[in-house]
Design a protein around this ligand. Sequence first.
Ligand SMILES: NC(=O)c1ccc[n+]([C@@H]2O[C@H](COP(=O)([O-])OP(=O)(O)OC[C@H]3O[C@@H](n4cnc5c(N)ncnc54)[C@H](OP(=O)(O)O)[C@@H]3O)[C@@H](O)[C@H]2O)c1
Length: 270
Amino acid sequence: MPSYAITGAARGLGYEFVNQLSSEAANTVFALVRSASTATKVQTLAGERKNIHIVQCDVTKPDEVIAAAEKIATLSEGSLDVLVHNAVAMDMDTMGMPPSAFVAEKAEMAVSAMDKAFSTSLYGALWITNALIPLIEKSQQRKIIHISTGMADPDLIKTTGISYAVPYVVSKAAMNMLVAKYAAELKDKGIKVLALSPGWVDTADMTGPPPQEMLDAFQLMLSQFQKVKPDLAGPITPEESVRMQLDVIRDLDEKTSGTFVSHHGDQNWF
Ligand SMILES: NC(=O)c1ccc[n+]([C@@H]2O[C@H](COP(=O)([O-])OP(=O)(O)OC[C@H]3O[C@@H](n4cnc5c(N)ncnc54)[C@H](OP(=O)(O)O)[C@@H]3O)[C@@H](O)[C@H]2O)c1
């Protein structure tokens, strides 16, 4: 009975991980959500599938992380096969700014934006990973996945010229380094660790037409990404991304542990 814990499972890719993994009755899926009371979509799915367990877990809150690990341990008899740390907090106010905008005169704004990004990509990554290592160690598969972004590849930045998304990308670069460190530490325990980029994925839950600002940002990003992949038409669906990511996770072994790859299993980020 393989077991999976997914952080940030309320919506977007986290929800889709829960959806695809729980469609196999033999899997046990722990859907870790920042706010159980507002995670209605995944709560509905859990009402239909007995193999989903909703677990309250804001990954930035150490007490909640510890309580979540205890709950998972109780429900899974002390073992967990795969952790997918997918949760992300993004500071949209500074998303369009290049590094030179983070000046000393606006230090408070800069620190707040960095803190927000690091709260999930670094601190949250540490808290949830460390709380679950004892369970993962006792499992068959022994895998830890951190969802990163191809935007944190220096070659991609150089080719596209993308200078914005600084706190987000810097925090994901830190996450990639954390993955390499964990892989080195946990090798002897047979635990494999991976930084995995999901590709460019449409996870916007839009109810009405997108605002012009969003359309402009989309066009800019598309034209920049096309410098890497000229025939890129747009983002892929969560369904396609998660299906491909699960193949990469399945193939993760000691040789690839510690690396930073895309949903293709290589450095092809789109
Ligand atoms: N979409 C893309 O194109 C893309 C590209 C590259 C990388 N990624 C990465 O893929 C992952 C998922 O992206 P996405 O597009 O699905 O994001 P998303 O739609 O914005 O969803 C983010 C999820 O993280 C949760 N979250 C935020 N702060 C949290 C916290 N402190 N503790 C626990 N959960 C928290 C949110 O919960 P609430 O619903 O409660 O707010 C939400 O469920 C992220 O790591 C992202 O960086 C995405």
